[in-house]
Design a protein around this ligand. Structure first.
Ligand SMILES: [Zn+2]
Length: 284
């Protein structure tokens, strides 16, 4: 499996495009410095060399066409502080005391699909967890990140909506689809994505006539619905859904054409391990 994390590091749409990272070459030592006009990593100095070269200018974000990643981060933080925090001081000071998000979001950890960027969520609006392939495992006893986050979001924050967001070209779903069913998981990644096995089986049953890529796309959506069903296995969630205190939604971000599908599951019509989709919308 080629895990496209390196490609994910490229920030297209800004001036930072590091094409060298798309190759399978080892990471360069000078990741803190990148050329701002479409870099070729092999032409860059090491971070140490750069520090010596730029002695006395360490705090500058951009020097001679090189952008210091932490300099850039600092610049962005100060922009946030000056352009947003200070301008909305009262709002941020009330957020410092408490949060009242209406949404809990479960999204993939992939760097290209940050829900706050894509859907414009603002501080205080969403309680979020992100994991590989945006999976909600069926509830198991014992501590887990998912258990704890769902308990806090539902019982303490009393969110009104839970939204599971998947996306196109998900490497986690590809890993799930590529797994041999008759072998033990071989890595932490396989061990995790195996939580989507039911979605994989449904996909295989429904799409045996399709190509592998098309099967993966189908599974990217099927696994969202399976995660939505799995949500009901957590304490209190099904009860809140039935009382209409919480709604459960699916979302799918296709970054190949920048579209977003949103739907809601109707659990009133639910039969065992099946679901009815309602309020389906395509934003494009
Ligand atoms: Zn993903």
């Amino acid at each position: 499996m080629v895990w496209p994390i390196r490609e994910s590091l490229c920030i297209t749409g800004s001036r930072i495009i590091c094409s060298a990272l798309r190759s399978n070459a080892p990471y360069p030592k000078f990741m803190n410095w990148i050329k701002t006009d479409g870099c070729h990593a092999t032409t860059l100095p090491s971070f140490k060399e750069k520090q010596q070269e730029d002695h006395g200018y360490e705090n500058m974000a951009e020097i001679n066409g090189y952008m210091n990643l932490f300099g850039l981060m600092k610049q962005r933080f100060l922009n946030f502080k000056n352009q947003k925090y200070i301008k909305e001081l009262e709002h941020f000071q009330s957020l410092a005391k408490a949060q009242y998000p209406k949404f809990m979001v479960i999204a993939c950890a992939d760097s290209r699909v940050c829900p706050s960027n894509v859907l414009g969520f603002q501080p205080g609006e969403v309680f979020m967890i992100r994991n590989i392939a945006n999976l909600v495992p069926i509830m198991k006893n014992g501590a887990s990140e998912c258990n704890a986050a769902l308990e806090f979001a539902v019982s303490t924050l009393q969110v009104e909506n839970i939204l599971v967001i998947g996306h196109s070209s998900c490497a986690g779903i590809e890993a799930l689809m590529n797994m041999q069913d008759d072998t033990e998981p071989r890595s932490f990644i396989h061990n995790w994505v195996a939580n989507g096995k039911v979605a994989k089986l449904k996909t295989k049953a429904a799409t045996s006539h399709l190509s592998f890529d098309q099967q993966c796309k189908f599974c990217e959506k099927e696994s969202i619905n399976q995660s939505l069903l799995n949500l009901l296995s957590y304490p209190g969630i099904e009860d809140r859904v039935r009382k209409e205190l919480v709604s459960i939604h699916g979302g799918y971000y296709d970054f190949s054409n920048c579209s977003f599908e949103k739907w809601t599951l109707d659990f009133k019509e639910r039969e065992k391990n099946s679901y009815v989709v309602k309020e389906k919308e395509l934003w494009c």
